[in-house]
Design a binder for this molecule. Sequence first.
Ligand code: ZN
Length: 72
Amino acid sequence: MAQCNKCGGNIKTIPAGVSKKTGRPYNEFSVCEVCSTPHKENGGNKSSEALQIINDNILALHKKIDKLLPKE
Ligand SMILES: [Zn+2]
């Protein structure tokens, strides 16, 4: 069971559904039972996973560019 990285409380998963307040559909998400902090599960979100891969690639690219540039 996942735990909150702020307070150590249990993380509960809210299944996807439609908001009663706004009437808008929402994706499944995880939130702390105690302090209600949103929790990101590892590999749970494919779009953020893809974003992370892109970020890693950009970081690697920057390191390569740094090596190519003459140092002052
Ligand atoms: Zn918490």
